[in-house]
Ligand binder design. Structure first.
Ligand SMILES: [Zn+2]
Length: 888
């Protein structure tokens, strides 16, 4: 699964808002958290034969399932997962042994809180094989959970398409099942559907039989053994295009009329599949692999790796030249690469239980980055790995963090496991370990892991065993330090000693913590790579037992974590930092970005002056890599937000930031130049957004001018800049402009553009317009999946307003958030808040609405607020002093 990044869709249009995004969602019913997800182990499902008839219009379905199962220990009852299903009958027949063929009816007991159904039998069941036949019905939701519908506009009127989303624990909403990753079984799916609509599932259609009533019975080929959460079904007025790669039929499936917009995804998927067939050493095992686009969005996810039938929201799969940006294009590629990596890591080999979710997500995130850098080196995305690591460290430095491998007991906890630690820290740790053992050894380890565990389930230790064997190097101990312990190592760099033409640097390991600075540091074995500014030679060492040292060939400014593959913060002694700042322009771009990230974080934590970040910004030449400037612009934006109501302080900062960014913007320009690097196109969008947040009147005026000219001169708002320009206009809109945008949103027929316009309506910095956006979010106008997104958008500029509004309308808000996201949505609305009162409100809300074991996201939101309050009080004075000195 790829997480829902609001950024994925409209990202750079809103880039830079100080938001350190903290997960957040609406009040879960407390009962959901009680759903213990581990079933008794005495009964094992082998095969599910499902016949289902969905009724899209009435939002319900009826179904029968016949489950072949094995009773391994005598029992008089069978318990499986079921949620919101109504049972009409349950019959069990023995397949083998005495009594073979005779059937007995079961008494049915449903436990809503535990999400289970128990079938009790008058005659106890001996060991052996049985068939359990169930007749039942269920409902079709309007949010992306279980079997759900997405409605959209077409020139011919509204249409409805159906899809499924089962990860982490929602197959039980469509199929009574052993809904845990370790219970692998095969699935045969038959559906009765209207003729003229396309039905898609994991496997190809085996037969399609017209029925006398005009409907069609579609039967899909049996799946191989797999986990329930990977099953998929979709139905709608779709089109499909295909290509053949190494004997696999690759497909994209879209709403009718949108197929050309999926051309890039299909083309990319071909190249990616070829690479993966090679990398994993095990060919993609199913006959086909579709990628199905659905309109709208979820608060939980952007795409899902159902085996053979990836589901992706349109914003991460389709490219519409009228509105799609370079960043969107990269997201489409990265999303496909992520979900396709899961076809092996996750689908073919699956974690035994959610404790090891990171095996799926860390690996797919790492592979997504690796594949993008490999197939599109011109995008320079390897520089983005620093940002991903930084996102993980921000979260990992708070006391509310958790180890990469963590204990998961309930459905809610499993949902909360889809976070920065599982994804980005998992990715960063893999990158570090790969750099430690070498690319070839790592790949050999992955290949034998795939061979050894195909169609099976694993824990982290199974991966380490194979990598260690392939590398012939003790890597397991390091891997355990970073996956079984929480937190971020801090490597202190002492003043280097230059002697005889080489430089020795002593290193000490501590822990980087934002809210527990006095705690005794944990201990890690940390692989360290270092170099000298301006040079290409590096040296390696392993810091263990808290100490280490490294000798570099030559003397100069030491760069620790050269290449940025290490998962740790680097704190230089003052002299070493001064030399590094002096040589900053000579560093490789990735080390410039890494140093900026560490300097920012260490400064905000009070471990060095916060103004060191400004020293580096000052030392950065206008010709630096666009992504270096993007990081600096992001820093300015965060400082701007931090000043809050301190108008004078904010004005000093803005003046400096504008002076620093203006020459860069002048270089980049508003108009794309032929053959320019893609990172410049992204920086353009980024800078315009930042300058707009900083209140740069020239930028706002130019955006308004272009927006006004759009009707008569389409070139004024080129497609790749449309979101950016609209975002500036929306941010600074007056009531008349807001009304005009709303009329445009209403009239828009393209679901992707329509969604963007509703997001923009919620992004105004004007409080009265933000209130109007909130009211609009709870009407039917924006569409069922846009309401929650609009409230989140409002919370970026107006956290308290959005939070209070959600609480006052909690029932209506909950209806618009998928059940999987409920324990994080509302706390997340406080993600940008900066007052103790808001911390208190989140706490009160969590205690009233969220089960104690599912409060981690709420606690993290509170920790984030307290952190921002402290940073404002303690760190801004250093920034002030630096700016005052600079102004002289
Ligand atoms: Zn994933």
């Amino acid at each position: 699964m790829r997480r829902n990044l609001l950024s994925a869709a409209i990202a750079l249009a809103f880039a830079g808002l100080a938001a350190l995004p903290v997960g957040a969602a609406p009040g879960a019913p407390k009962t959901a958290a009680l759903a213990t997800t581990q079933l008794p182990r005495g009964v094992q499902p082998l095969h599910y034969d499902i016949a289902m008839t969905p009724d899209a219009k009435s939002a319900s379905f009826s179904a029968q399932v016949a489950i072949d199962l094995e009773v391994m220990a005598p029992t008089s009852s069978i318990t499986l997962h079921a949620a919101d299903l109504k049972f009409a009958s349950a019959t069990l027949s023995a397949r083998t042994g005495p009594g073979g063929g005779t059937a007995q009816n079961a008494q049915i007991a449903v436990d809503e809180a535990a999400q289970t159904a128990t079938f009790r039998f008058a005659k106890p069941l001996a060991r052996g094989r049985y068939k359990l036949a169930l007749d039942y019905s269920g409902s079709i939701g309007s949010q992306a959970v279980g079997l759900f519908s997405l409605d959209y506009d077409t020139p011919a009127g509204k249409r409805r398409a159906l899809f499924t989303q089962f990860e982490n624990s929602d197959a039980r909403r469509m199929i009574p099942s052993w809904d845990e990753p370790a219970f692998k079984a095969s699935f045969a799916l038959r559906v009765t559907v209207p003729s003229g609509e396309m039905a898609v599932s994991n496997m190809p259609v085996k037969s399609s039989t017209p029925l006398p009533d005009g409907r069609v019975s579609v039967r899909f080929a049996d799946t191989p053994n797999m986990s329930t959460y990977l099953l998929f079904f979709a139905l709608g007025d779709f089109e499909r295009a295909t290509a053949n790669v190494d004997g696999t039929e690759l497909g994209v499936v879209t709403r009718r009329g949108s197929l050309p917009e999926a051309a890039f995804a299909l083309e990319s998927s071909q190249a990616i599949l070829r690479e993966y067939n090679d990398y994993f050493g095990v060919r993609y095992p199913l006959p086909k692999l579709d990628n199905i686009a659905g309109p709208g969005r979820s608060q939980f996810f952007g795409a899902m790796e159902n085996w053979g039938a990836i589901f992706t929201f349109e914003y991460a799969l389709l490219l519409d030249p009228a509105i799609s940006t370079q960043r969107d294009k990269q997201e489409v590629f990265a999303t496909a690469a992520h979900e396709m990596a899961h076809q092996w890591f996750g689908d073919l080999v699956t974690m035994r239980w959610w404790d090891d979710l990171w095996l799926n997500e860390g690996f797919a995130s790492w592979m997504e980055s690796r594949m993008t850098a490999r197939l599109h080196p011109e995008w320079n995305t390897h520089l983005e790995t620093v940002g991903a690591r930084d996102g993980a460290m921000r979260r990992d430095a708070l006391a509310t963090t958790h180890p990469v491998v963590q204990h998961v007991a309930t459905v809610e906890q499993a949902s909360q496991a889809f976070d920065e630690i599982t994804y980005q820290k998992g990715e960063a740790v893999i990158r570090m370990l790969e750099a430690y053992v070498g690319e070839d050894a790592w790949r050999r380890g992955v290949r034998s892991y795939m061979r050894e565990h195909a169609y099976g389930n694993t824990a982290s230790s199974d991966l380490w065993r194979q990598v260690e064997r392939a590398a012939a190097k003790p890597v397991t101990a390091i891997a355990r330090d970073f996956t079984l312990q929480p937190g971020v190592p801090l490597i202190r760099v002492m003043e280097p000693v230059c002697k005889g033409g080489s430089m020795t640097v002593a290193l000490a390991q501590g822990e980087f913590s934002r809210d527990q600075p006095a705690r005794k540091p944990l201990s890690w074995r940390v692989p360290v790579i270092a170099g000298i500014a301006g040079g290409s030679a590096t040296a390696r060492t392993l810091v263990a037992g808290g100490k280490g040292s490294i000798t570099l060939p030559g003397c100069g400014a030491a760069v620790v974590n050269a290449g940025q593959s290490g998962y740790y913060r680097t704190l230089y002694a003052p002299g070493a930092f001064a030399r590094l700042a002096g040589g900053f322009a000579t560093l490789a771009p990735i080390d410039q970005i890494g140093t900026l990230a560490d300097t920012w974080a260490l400064g905000m934590a009070g471990l060095q002056p916060a103004s060191n970040f400004l020293d580096l910004a000052q030392a950065t030449p206008a010709s630096a890599d666009p992504q270096v400037w993007a990081r600096i612009a992001g820093g300015f934006d965060s400082l701007h937000a931090m000043y809050g109501e301190d108008k004078a302080g904010r004005a000093r900062l803005d003046a400096y930031a504008l002076a620093r960014l203006a020459p860069v913007m002048a270089q980049v320009g508003w108009n794309a130049q032929a053959g320019e690097p893609t990172s410049r196109a992204i920086l353009r969008a980024n800078l315009i957004a930042t300058l707009s947040h900083l209140g740069d009147q020239a930028t706002v005026n130019e955006a308004r001018r272009r927006y006004a000219a759009m009707a008569s001169d389409p070139a004024a708002v080129p497609g790749p800049l449309r979101k950016t320009i609209l975002a500036v206009v929306a941010e600074h809109a007056d009531a008349a402009t807001w009304d005009a945008m709303r009329r445009a949103a209403r009239a828009e027929k393209s679901p992707m553009i329509k969604d963007t316009l509703y997001a923009l309506l919620a992004s105004s910095d004007d409080r009265a317009l933000a209130e109007r956006a909130l009211a609009l979010a709870l009407t039917d106008e924006p569409g069922a999946t846009n309401g929650a997104m609009m409230i989140s958008m409002v919370s970026r500029n107006h956290p308290e307003l959005a939070f209070d509004f959600a609480l006052a309308n909690i029932r209506a808000v909950n209806e618009r958030v998928d059940a999987t996201s409920r324990s994080r949505y509302v706390p997340g609305l406080a993600g940008n808040a900066t007052t103790p009162a808001m911390a208190g409100k989140v706490k009160t809300y969590a205690e009233a609405h969220i089960a104690p074991e599912a409060r981690r996201d709420a606690e993290t939101a509170i920790a984030g607020i307290n952190d921002r309050i402290q940073v404002r009080r303690e760190r801004l004075p250093e920034i002030d002093a630096w700016l005052a000195q600079y102004a002289k």
